[in-house]
Ligand binder design. Structure first.
Ligand code: SF4
Ligand code: SF4
Length: 442
């Protein structure tokens, strides 16, 4: 039975909708006691998960039960913030109606990053995930809201073809919408009333961990696109994300005053992990990248709190950590735990950063309009990437000229590799297969 569910999840191409896109059948194969639904929606401005928890709560709980069955978990906990009052009400009512049992609801405080898997596990279960570890090392699996809705659809044989996402910032109308995977980003912006400024950049994801799209005209919606933020090119959020790494180095070397505020507020440090961003700044300035301390960069989640909130000098420990981490990983360096017990900082709760303060610091408060659902967008053409997930890219199974229907398989997992299937997201004709993309014309 469990294997059949895992097979259906794999066949439907379900990947983690809230992060880097780990194929969900890999996660569902673990054995744990608890499944946590990550409904924290902790990236400012993104609203599709609260919308789904309100409008598709039965689908969500069906997906949750399926993953509980696969993993042997007896507890399923839906975690969301009290500020999403309608979603909270809907989830509580559905949990009370649920005849299968084992479903609980946990109300999270409104802070960033409440949705970091390791922070969430600590908040809800009081367990500390080991350094460089996963929630399953402490008996938990964490799944995103849309991922679980996709799991429920997979049980009915429906593959992942669409994505719910938020469009916000400098657009005619901020909104949550549903769009086929592969929809051009420019179409989505036009659907939201177009950009309200002549020059803009687009952040794919949230303002904290999202990335600025290098070329909007070639970008498309993928299974992991949670939001598109349209911002002025000189906006605080954009400028920090596109800064040249050499400039980051220069600022680090000349400006960091070693106040250690980045360490004081670092969510991973507060969990008790051996991560001290202010020490990494020192190591980076001296280029002593072989030292023990340099290895601490492997523990950084790149949540961005140090860069966008903590540092009074506008320095970016996150970027510094990312650069050191990249070097270490390229050199095959692995984290070695000292084996010391991990003790959370006693001031962890007081040091959590409220989302409202973060929004003001990011200069995004004016865009916090709590957008509603605007419906489904149907494009004339989609370009579907063969890689939208962690692991090997899918192998194309169609050729130009083929007629496809929405839901048809167009990309298969390579033999013996970890990956995810890809399916047509509209009815149409395959126009081209090039550069890792399958383009279908409606
Ligand atoms: S908060 Fe900024 S200035 Fe202070 S130690 Fe960290 S990086 Fe340096
Ligand atoms: S990005 Fe900064 S605050 Fe976040 S985990 Fe890394 S060092 Fe800590």
């Amino acid at each position: 039975m469990e294997n059949q569910i895992v097979d259906k999840i794999r066949e439907a191409g379900v990947v983690g909708a809230g992060g880097a896109g780990l194929p969900t059948h890999v996660k569902a194969d673990a054995k744990v006691d608890t499944v946590l639904v990550n409904g924290a929606s902790c990236e400012p401005l993104l609203m599709s998960d609260p919308y789904l928890m309100e409008s598709e709560v039965e689908t969500l709980l069906r997906g949750l039960h399926a993953v509980m069955d696969c993993t042997g978990a007896k507890r399923g906990v839906v975690c969301l913030k009290g500020k999403h009052a309608h979603a909270l009400e809907s989830v509580r009512a559905a949990a009370a109606r649920d005849a299968s049992g084992g479903i609980e609801v946990f109300e999270l405080a409104d802070f960033y990053p409440a949705g970091d898997e390791q922070v969430l596990v600590r908040e809800v279960l009081g367990r500390t995930v080991p350094e460089r570890g996963l929630p399953l090392h402490v008996g938990a699996v964490v799944s995103n809201v849309e991922t679980l809705c996709n799991v429920a659809r997979a049980l009915d044989g429906q593959p992942v073809t669409h994505r719910y996402l938020t469009v916000a910032g400098e657009v005619g109308r901020s909104m949550v919408l549903k769009a086929p995977v592969g929809t051009p980003v420019e179409d989505i912006i036009a659907f939201a009333g177009g950009a309200t400024i002549p020059e803009y950049r687009v952040v794919d994801g949230g303002p904290m961990m999202g990335r600025v799209l290098p070329d909007v005209s070639r970008a498309v919606v993928t299974k992991t696109t949670s939001g598109l933020l349209v911002l002025p090119p000189d906006h605080n959020v954009v400028v920090r994300k596109v800064m040249d790494p050499a400039r980051v180095r220069q600022i680090t070397n000349s400006v960091c005053c070693q106040c250690s505020r980045c360490t004081d507020l670092c969510p991973r440090n507060l969990l008790g992990h051996s991560l001290h961003p202010h020490k990494l700044m020192r190591v980076f300035a001296s280029q002593d990248l072989e030292s023990e301390i340099a290895r601490e960069a492997l523990l950084c989640s790149e949540c961005g709190l140090c860069e966008k909130f903590a540092c009074p000098m506008l320095v970016s420990p996150r970027e510094v950590n990312a650069q050191i981490k990249k070097n270490l990983m390229q050199g095959g360096v692995k984290w070695e735990s000292s084996g010391r017990p991990l003790e959370a900082n006693p001031f962890r709760e007081e040091r959590r950063v409220p989302t409202a303060r973060l929004l003001r610091r990011l200069d995004l408060a004016e865009y916090d309009t709590h957008p509603g659902y605007a419906g489904e967008y149907t494009p004339k053409r989609v370009s579907i990437p063969l890689r939208q997930h962690i692991g090997a890219p899918a192998v194309c199974t169609v050729a130009a000229g083929a007629r496809v229907k929405c839901g048809d398989l167009i990309g298969e997992i390579p033999e013996k590799a970890m990956g995810a299937r890809v399916h047509a997201s509209i009815d149409g004709v395959v126009e081209s297969v090039a550069d890792g993309m399958i383009t279908i014309k409606a």
